[in-house]
Design a protein around this ligand. Structure first.
Ligand SMILES: *Cc1c(COP(=O)(O)O)cnc(C)c1O
Length: 384
């Protein structure tokens, strides 16, 4: 009887005494006049970290995106362009607002939205383009911002997966008209659940701030007096306390994520048939989710990968399904890369406290699979 090897989780937050101390303080003392202290501190710190003028802490990234798109006046009859490769959270707010998500293909190397496809799908109804920096990889922001200027259409960044990523010196989430972040328990910086809306546009900030407080503007003197129907997507002070502690450790948190990706890259560098998250010259990949994509020629499928990892008690996850393959949207198989890549890819475990041995165990699974395929591969074809 062979004993099962210890489980390797795919993500897990990095929580130290600092997080526990701040959250405990917020729970014990963060009430009454002090009920916004950690929220204000978290927003100020995040603003400074990102290099933007305004930040609003929210209950989720989904909520931040919902309010941002609502503040742009997006609604029925409007179109929003986004990559087919995305988490549903990016598309759901578009649907909630009664607008139409227009799903386009990704680039085969960055797995992010293809700017040429964006341009090809612009119509008079297009009101925004969402650039999602998938798994920490960066969208081509130069081309997207140029398209945005030429057509007068806003670029919005979903940077939920991209804290620690930067594009030629500018942090992911700080380049579009607004950016959104997630602090879900699986993300690099976590508050359990939570998010952030960021912008350097003062008018947009005021609009979202009002929307975020049930439509009550901050200069409204009357009590209990909303001027419009808004949202309730606020972060609690206790969550923000966790966020403050995590933000003080942000350098360590992102450095460790990058180290883990680099370690995988080192261990797998001899294998031409494996591509990991790219890092183009002039960019920094925050490496939220190390992901391996296999060359189609080698014939390694998602199912083979899932089976191998599951047998080794390792929690690897599938690459995002194209959203248009889900029942509530219309299939768009012309989004070739978005449909093809997930069939031969896997997300590798990457929590901060992973040991070298654990990274090695994960890499071994990948290497053994590649060997099993390359051994099988040169088999001469039967003569016709
Ligand atoms: C995690 C994630 C979200 C959603 O974040 P929530 O905080 O759970 O709303 C949105 N977009 C992407 C790309 C994500 O990975």
């Amino acid at each position: 009887m062979s004993e099962k090897p210890a489980r390797i989780s795919y993500t897990r937050p990095s929580i130290t005494e600092r997080e526990v101390a701040y959250a405990t303080d917020a729970a014990a003392n963060g009430w009454g006049e002090r009920c916004y202290d950690y929220i204000n501190r978290f927003e100020d710190g995040f603003r400074a970290y990102l290099g933007v003028d305004h930040a609003i802490a929210t209950s989720s990234c989904t909520g931040a995106m919902h309010m941002g798109l609502a503040a742009l006046g997006i609604g029925s009859g409007d179109e929003v362009i986004l990559a087919d490769t995305n988490w549903i959270a990016t598309a759901a707010p578009i649907a909630h607002l009664g607008a139409t998500p227009v799903f386009v293909d990704i680039l085969p190397d960055s797995w992010c939205i293809d700017p040429a496809e964006v341009e090809r799908h612009i119509t008079p109804k297009t009101k925004a383009i969402i650039a999602t920096h998938i798994y920490g990889n960066l969208c081509d922001m130069d081309r997207l911002l140029e398209i945005s200027r030429r057509h007068g259409i806003a670029i919005v960044e979903d940077a939920a997966e991209a804290i620690g990523s930067s594009w030629h010196g500018r942090r992911a989430g700080s380049m579009g008209l607004f950016g959104t972040f997630s602090f879900h328990g699986t993300k690099t910086l976590t508050t359990g659940e939570g998010g952030m809306f960021v912008t350097s546009d003062a008018a947009l900030f005021e609009k979202v701030l009002t929307l975020s407080n049930h439509g009550r503007a901050r200069n409204q003197k009357k009590q209990f007096w909303p001027d419009e129907v808004g949202f309730k997507y606020k972060m609690s002070n206790i969550q923000a306390a966790l966020g403050c502690a995590q933000l003080e450790r942000i350098k360590d948190l992102t450095t460790r994520k990058r180290e883990i990706l680099a370690t995988y890259a080192e261990k797998l560098k001899a294998y031409q048939s494996i591509s990991l998250n790219p890092q183009r010259a002039g960019t920094v990949n925050g490496a939220w989710m190390p992901t391996a994509v296999f060359d189609p020629a080698i014939g390694i499928s998602r199912e083979m990968l899932q089976q191998a990892f599951s047998a080794a008690n390792i929690d690897a996850r599938v690459f995002f399904h194209p959203l248009t393959s889900l029942p509530m949207f219309t299939e768009r198989r012309e989004n070739r890369h978005a449909y093809d890549i997930p069939e031969r890819a896997i997300n590798l475990p990457s929590y901060h406290d992973m040991t070298e041995d654990e990274i090695d165990r994960v890499a071994r699974i990948v290497i053994d699979l590649v060997h099993s395929r390359t051994a099988a591969e040169p088999r001469p074809a039967k003569s016709a």
